[in-house]
Design a protein around this ligand. Structure first.
Ligand code: 7RM
Length: 631
C-alpha cells in the first residue's frame, strides 16, 4: 500500500482514475475486516449518496489496537508529553492502550451507551482523550469531540444538534501557564441540554468541581467497576464513526459525518504515503484532537498503521519557544506535522532556542491548516529540517477526512507554497464562477473534486439537504471545497485561500457570520460586519465593523471593545475574538441591502486607494467615513 518512487505514484494515480474501485479495493485488503464488502463504491453527487465498501463489516479499533497486539504489543502506541515538562509523561504500549480502551468502553456501556448513541467529548490533550475516542468507536457509539477552547454555548449547540446522551470531560486543563476550567463550562452548557444523561469527569487539574448527583460521575471511580474484556462491536462500513463540527459561510457550524470503513482506509493510506511512514517511527502531530487533523493524524491514521503517536498537552511557547524542539529531541521524533501559524510565531523568537537542539531524529516535516508562505517554508526547511527533510504541504479539510493534495515525502519534488499534486484517488478540477471547467496549466479557479474518495463526508448530521446545498449544489456534479486554487505550468496546485465567507485564523476555521452573530448579541450593537485581513502570524486576523445604538466615544471606545470581546468569547470562544474593532455609523450596502464585503476587506487590508466600483452603493458616503476611521 506504500508508494516508493515517483513512477509508482504516477502508475498508482493512473490506475486510481482508470479503475477506482479496483484501486481502493486492493488498498482496503490491507485492513482487518470481519466480513468483506460486496461492492466497492456506489455514488452520486446529486443527492449526494456516497457509499464505500458496501456490506463490509469491521471495527476500526480492531485495526488500531487488536491487530497490533501480537507483533507490537509492547511498542509505544502513545507517548504523552504533559504541558509542564517537569511533570512525568506517560507512554502507553499497544497492549496498555488496548486494555484501557476496553475498560473505558465498558464504562460507557454500563452508563447506558449503546451502538449509534452520540457521545460528546470535551477534554484536554491527555491520553484519556484518545482513549475516550477509541472507546466510543469500540462499542459503535458516535463521538463528537469539541475542542477545549470552545465556550459553553458552543458546546450546548453541538450537544443539542447531535442529541448526545453522554459527555466525557475533565475537571480542567493546563495550557501554558493557564489553568482552564472544563467541567464548569460543561455545567453551564448542560443547563440547556436535556438529552444528556451522564457526565463522566476525568481528574486532571484537581480544581474544585460541582458533581451533580445522578448525572455526574468520576472517570477513575467508574474504571474500578469494569473489566478489560470488551469485544468490539461489529460495524457496517457505512455506519457512522464520528461527527465533527466545522464552520461554514452561513449559520451555525455543521456536523460533518464520517463513516467507519472509508474513513479508516483513507486516513491510514494517506498517513503512510504522504509521510512515507516506516515501522518504528515516532510521529508528532501538534494539532489538537478536537480538530480533524488530530482525529486523522494523531489517533486513527497512526494507530491503524501501528505507529507511535505523540500527544502534546501544551503550547509551542511554554515554558519557552523551544518546546517543540525539546519534545523532538526527548522522544526522537521522526516526523513532525504542524501548522504555518506555529512556524511563523516561532520564527519571531529567533534561532536561540532552535540551535541548542539536535533535531537529527527528524526525517520528514509536514504543514497543514492554511497556506504556508515562502518565508515560513524556508525557515522550516533551513532551521528545523536542516535542508535534509522533505516538507509536505498537505491540503485538506474536515470534510475530506484525510489529505487530498500533497507531496509524498521525498518522492514528489516540492515547491514552496505549493501543495503540489493530488494523491491517488483524488481528481481535482478548477472551475470558473459559472462552473465551467478551466483546463490546462497556468490557470486558477475554484477548487472542486469530480470523483469521490473513501474519506469524503457522507452527510451533515441531521440535515442532509444542508450538506447538498453547501458542497454539491454550487457546481452540479462536483464537490466544491470553498477554496481558490492555482495550477501552475507544472500542473502543481497552490491553494490560495477561501473564496467564501470563512476565515482561517491561526489554522482555525471560523465563519464570519458566526462572529457577526456573536457580536450582535452584545447589548447596544445594532449590526456588524466581519472580514479577514492578512496577519503576519495568524495568517488572517478578524476585523469587525460594528454599529452601536450610541456611538461610543473617549474612554468608552476601549471599554465597549473589551465588552464585545468578552461577548464573543462567551458565545463562541477566545479563538473567534476580533483582532480589530471599528465603530461605524453605517455599512456599505447595495440597494438590495447586501453588505459589500469586498470594500470592507480592502479597508481592513489598509488598501483604500482603489476600492473598485462603488456606484451600486446605497450611500457611498459611508465608505469615506469608514476609511477615515480605519484602525
Ligand atoms: C485540515 C484542515 C480546511 C481549510 C481548507 C483551506 C485551509 C488547509 C491547507 C489549507 C492552504 C494547506 N481542515 N487549508 N490546509 N490552505 N494550504 N496546506 O485544516 O476543515 O479545519 O480547514 O483550511 O482553506 O479549506 S479544516
Amino acid at each position: 500500500m506504500r508508494i516508493r518512487t515517483f513512477d509508482e505514484y504516477q502508475t498508482a494515480y493512473q490506475k486510481s482514475v482508470d479503475d477506482p474501485e479496483e484501486f481502493w479495493a486492493e488498498i482496503a485488503q490491507n485492513f482487518q475486516w470481519r466480513k468483506p464488502w460486496t461492492k466497492t463504491l456506489q455514488w452520486n453527487f446529486s443527492e449526494p449518496n456516497i457509499k464505500w465498501f458496501i456490506g463490509g463489516k469491521l471495527n476500526i479499533t480492531e485495526n488500531c489496537l487488536d491487530r497490533h497486539l501480537i507483533e507490537r504489543g509492547d511498542q509505544p502506541a502513545i507517548i504523552w508529553e504533559p504541558n509542564d515538562p517537569n511533570e512525568a509523561g506517560v507512554t502507553l504500549t499497544y497492549r496498555m492502550l488496548h486494555d484501557q480502551v476496553c475498560r473505558f468502553a465498558n464504562v460507557l456501556k454500563r452508563n447506558g451507551v449503546v451502538k449509534g448513541d452520540r457521545v460528546c467529548i470535551y477534554m484536554p490533550m491527555v491520553p484519556e482523550l484518545a482513549i475516550a475516542v477509541l472507546a466510543c468507536a469500540r462499542i459503535g457509539a458516535v463521538h463528537s469531540v469539541v475542542f477545549g477552547g470552545f465556550s459553553a454555548q458552543s458546546i450546548a449547540d453541538r450537544i443539542n444538534d447531535a442529541q448526545c446522551k453522554v459527555v466525557v470531560t475533565a475537571d480542567g486543563s493546563y495550557r501554558g501557564n493557564k489553568e482552564i476550567p472544563l467541567k464548569s463550562t460543561v455545567d453551564d452548557a448542560l443547563i440547556g441540554c436535556p438529552s444528556v444523561q451522564k457526565v463522566i469527569v476525568m481528574t486532571r487539574t484537581r480544581t474544585p468541581v460541582s458533581m451533580l448527583k445522578g448525572r455526574d460521575i468520576w472517570w477513575e471511580q467508574e474504571l474500578k467497576q469494569v473489566t478489560a474484556d470488551c469485544p468490539a462491536e461489529e460495524m457496517d462500513a457505512e455506519d457512522m464513526l464520528f461527527i465533527l463540527y466545522t464552520s461554514g459561510s452561513t449559520g451555525k457550524p455543521k456536523g460533518v459525518v464520517h463513516t467507519c470503513g472509508g474513513y479508516m482506509v483513507y486516513a491510514t493510506y494517506t498517513f503512510q504515503n504522504v509521510f512515507q511512514y516506516e515501522p518504528g517511527q515516532v510521529f508528532f502531530c501538534t494539532a489538537d484532537i478536537g480538530w480533524i487533523t488530530g482525529h486523522s493524524y494523531i489517533v486513527y491514521g497512526p494507530l491503524a498503521s501501528g505507529a507511535t503517536s505523540v500527544i502534546f498537552e501544551g503550547v509551542p511557547t511554554y515554558p519557552d519557544c523551544g518546546r517543540f524542539w525539546d519534545i523532538t529531541d526527548k522522544h526522537n521524533v521522526n516526523i513532525l506535522y504542524t501548522a504555518p501559524t506555529a512556524i511563523r510565531s516561532l520564527m519571531g523568537f529567533g534561532l536561540d532556542k532552535v540551535e541548542n537542539h539536535d533535531l537529527s531524529s527528524l526525517q520528514v516535516l509536514g504543514s497543514v491548516g492554511e497556506p504556508i508562505n515562502e518565508e515560513a517554508w524556508h525557515w522550516y526547511d533551513d532551521n528545523i529540517g536542516k535542508n535534509r527533510c522533505p516538507i509536505v504541504d498537505t491540503w485538506w479539510q474536515t470534510e475530506t477526512g484525510g489529505i487530498l493534495i500533497s507531496p509524498l515525502a521525498g518522492i514528489t519534488k516540492t515547491k514552496p507554497t505549493f501543495a503540489t499534486l493530488p494523491l491517488p484517488g483524488v481528481q481535482p478540477i478548477l472551475v470558473d464562477e459559472n462552473g465551467k471547467e478551466i483546463e490546462g496549466n497556468g490557470v486558477s479557479g475554484n477548487l472542486c473534486m469530480k470523483f469521490p474518495w473513501p474519506g469524503i463526508l457522507r452527510t451533515t448530521y441531521g440535515d442532509h439537504e444542508r450538506c447538498r446545498q453547501t458542497y454539491f449544489a454550487t457546481y452540479p456534479g462536483l464537490y466544491f471545497t470553498g477554496d481558490g486554487c492555482l495550477r501552475d505550468e507544472d500542473g502543481y496546485y497552490r491553494i490560495t485561500g477561501r473564496v467564501d465567507d470563512v476565515l482561517n485564523v491561526s489554522g482555525h476555521r471560523i465563519g464570519t457570520a458566526e462572529v457577526e452573530n456573536a457580536i450582535n448579541m452584545h447589548t447596544g450593537v445594532v449590526e456588524s460586519a466581519v472580514v479577514g485581513y492578512p496577519h503576519d502570524i495568524k495568517g488572517q486576523g478578524i476585523y469587525a465593523y460594528v454599529i452601536t445604538d450610541q456611538q461610543p466615544d473617549g474612554h468608552d471606545v476601549e471599554l465597549t471593545k473589551r465588552d464585545i470581546l468578552a461577548t464573543v468569547t462567551r458565545v463562541i470562544g477566545p479563538i473567534a475574538k476580533p483582532d480589530k474593532i471599528q465603530f461605524v455609523t453605517g455599512l456599505p450596502k447595495t440597494r438590495s441591502g447586501k453588505i459589500m464585503r469586498r470594500i470592507l476587506r480592502k479597508i481592513a487590508e489598509g488598501d483604500t486607494s482603489n476600492l473598485g466600483d462603488t456606484s451600486t452603493l446605497l450611500d457611498p458616503a459611508v465608505v469615506d467615513e469608514i476609511k477615515a476611521g480605519a484602525t
